[in-house]
Design a protein around this ligand. Structure first.
Ligand code: NDP
Length: 303
């Protein structure tokens, strides 16, 4: 492993946020438009509350207008749909994000389908899924967008490279595959039924791990010089760090890739934490800027 082969997602995300902030200043100066992002949080999930707070802070830091709607866990589905419709009609709201997961009485698909696709900055609406796969102007899900930006920054032209995406979820694996195909990679999508995963990885120039299983991808699976993007975020016990006040072992975050071994083989690799994670909110800000431009008939900046 060399320090050079570790992709610093934190620094890359800070750079993207600076570029977005500069474009927000320009949009205000040239067109008197300030992009607005509205986030809806239903219930009291502590992890979701932290995400929403971070999103709000970074939205304001980028010079955009941030609004939050915090609703009780027992809010009826109809009330959420009403709120989404109001935001769809509000020209000061350019991006709408409903924080998932939603409480059980609410049909997530129904809520996502109610969002105006042009304001769907998470990129989960079926219209944006279709636009992404057919190569038209989509709002692209933030995490895979962050991965492709880091890959292009590191490797330049991706054309002809072989890529394995491990995971086929709608929020990471599938859009990731679509983005790699759009860059003319040859893409294999692996999942829990894939039988020869190690061999597929050994042949790949690019490995994207989006599984949610700690250190499942072994260093020996990585082709020398390959680029490894680790999307996984897994909290595991770390007894080497000592005990918490309640006597249980302290914990730490690890990715889906055995980092130290893989870093010894890879040409470039993202760490966890500090790799893909910070890019997700930066890409949300980028999507909000793009949405604001398109809604006002302005060509989005190439960032
Ligand atoms: P999902 O649980 O929705 O999908 C996991 C995928 O992994 C599924 O397609 C599943 O296959 C596949 N899988 C499970 N076990 C295996 C296996 N043994 N071999 C190969 N494939 C397997 O997860 P997400 O896509 O939502 O998230 C993946 C990871 O990324 C998680 O750790 C999550 O926390 C993290 N994440 C990080 C983000 C960030 O900001 N950095 C944002 C979003 C997610 P099958 O379809 O057959 O079940």
């Amino acid at each position: 492993m060399t320090v050079d082969n570790i992709i610093d997602g934190k620094a890359f995300a800070a750079g993207l946020r600076r570029k977005v902030a500069a474009e927000v200043v320009r949009l205000k100066k040239d067109h008197d438009i300030t992009p607005g992002l509205s986030v809806v949080l239903v219930g009291n999930d502590p992890a979701s509350a932290v995400y929403v707070r971070n999103k709000g802070e970074q939205t304001k830091e980028a010079g955009m207008v941030s609004s939050e709607h915090r609703l009780a866990a027992d809010t009826p589905e109809a009330d959420i749909l009403d709120l989404v419709n109001k935001m769809n009609d509000d020209p000061s709201v350019n991006g709408i994000l409903v924080q998932l997961p939603l409480p059980h009485q609410i049909d997530e698909n129904k809520v996502l389908a109610a969002i105006n696709p042009n304001k769907d900055v998470d990129g989960f609406h079926v219209t944006n899924v279709g636009r992404l796969w057919t190569g038209s102007d989509a709002l692209v899900p933030c995490t895979p967008l962050g991965c492709i930006l880091m890959l292009k920054d590191r490797l330049g032209d991706l054309s002809g490279k072989s890529a394995v995406v491990i995971g086929r979820s709608n929020i990471v694996g599938k859009p990731m595959a679509a983005l790699l195909i759009a860059e003319s990679c040859t893409v294999t999508i692996a999942h829990s039924r894939t039988v020869n995963l190690a061999d597929l990885c050994r042949d790949a120039d690019i490995v994207i791990a989006a599984v949610g299983r700690p250190e499942m991808v072994k260093g020996e699976w990585i082709k020398p010089g390959a680029t490894v993007i680790d999307v996984g975020i897994n909290r595991v016990e770390a007894p080497e760090r000592g005990l918490k006040e309640d006597g249980s072992p302290k914990t730490k975050l690890v990715g889906d890739v055995q980092f130290t071994d893989a870093a010894g083989k890879a040409g470039a690799i993202t760490p966890v934490p500090g790799g893909v994670g910070p890019m997700t909110i930066a890409c949300l800000l980028r999507n909000t800027l793009v949405a604001a431009c398109r809604q006002n008939g302005i060509a989005p900046p190439p960032i």
